[in-house]
Design a binder for this molecule. Sequence first.
Ligand code: HPA
Ligand SMILES: [Zn+2]
Length: 357
Amino acid sequence: MSKYECNHHMTGFLKELPKCEHHVHLEGTLGPDLLFPLAARNNVQLPSHFPKDVESLNKRYSEFTDLQDFLNFYYIGMSVLIQEQDFFDLAWAYFTKAHADGLHHAETFFDPQGHVERGVSIDVVVRGFERAAQQAEKELGISTRLIMCLLRHLPPKDGLATIESARPYYKAGTIHGLGLDSAEKPFPPHLFEECYKAVRDSFPEVGLTAHAGEEGGPEFITNSLDLLNVTRIDHGVNSFQDEDLLKRLAKNQTLLSLCPLSNVKLQVVKDVSELPIQKWLDFGVPFSINSDDPAYFGGYILDNYIMVHTRFGFDLKTWCKIAANGVNGSWISDARKKELLEKIDQVYTKYQPLIEA
Ligand code: HPA
Ligand SMILES: [Zn+2]
């Protein structure tokens, strides 16, 4: 299926290209190599049907049939996270790995309800993640944003209670966004109107996004825009089925956070070449390229960029446009945007003679 080569210089270019990640679940960076030691350290009993070692767990991860099949493992996986240090270690490992991939800005999701329902307080979760984010800013130069997601398979009133408990963190600017994840099709966006309104009314500066159009149709995207007032869509793959929607996304420059390897692993598409990337470029719909749950789907951000290159073979100008769209769609200051856009130009100037001369 690989139509285009990603040679040494092209890989160097994609690595150095300043990348922004907008769709990574911190709990989805928990790989089998950390899962078993943490289960032992915290005395967590894994279910009897759960694979017993790293190799068999990795094998099972290569066989996901759909989103729900993955989510069943994702929620068991996160059950080994108990102490503030666990959350710190997890996020710090992600930041260092992504930094080595050329990541400059990270907007990371987390799922407090997946922890609170096990008796781990939101304070423990947020403190661990916040400390890792601060260290990433200081030691790695990565700018960061923390986006709290609501689990759509839980009742919206549980979502409202979660928002209440997060109020101090929204107020302090520790949490910067609201998202919506978990099983999509049985739990459409309209269920969460009140939750989004609660955050919008109290914290108008907070960024709003929602998973939509991963397994759900384009109406999940339209309804997220109309009813939840989101300014970003996570996944958004099925937008390709509705040209009016594509025009709307382009007109408002609404960013889609695409996750190519995830879409293949969860059988949204058979191959990355089937993703509507060229259509989005033709319509002027901005998108970024992301890892979603890298420990489960076999690749971090650079692996996703490289996979897209092997299927679409974009020239450097197109890659710079994709990276710039990621910068412009980020929830960061204009000064930070300018800094990252200038870096993109520098990387282009360095690699253009090596690759396209
Ligand atoms: O891709 C996803 N979709 C929905 N819920 C999720 N939770 C983690 N990753 C995902
Ligand atoms: Zn996701």
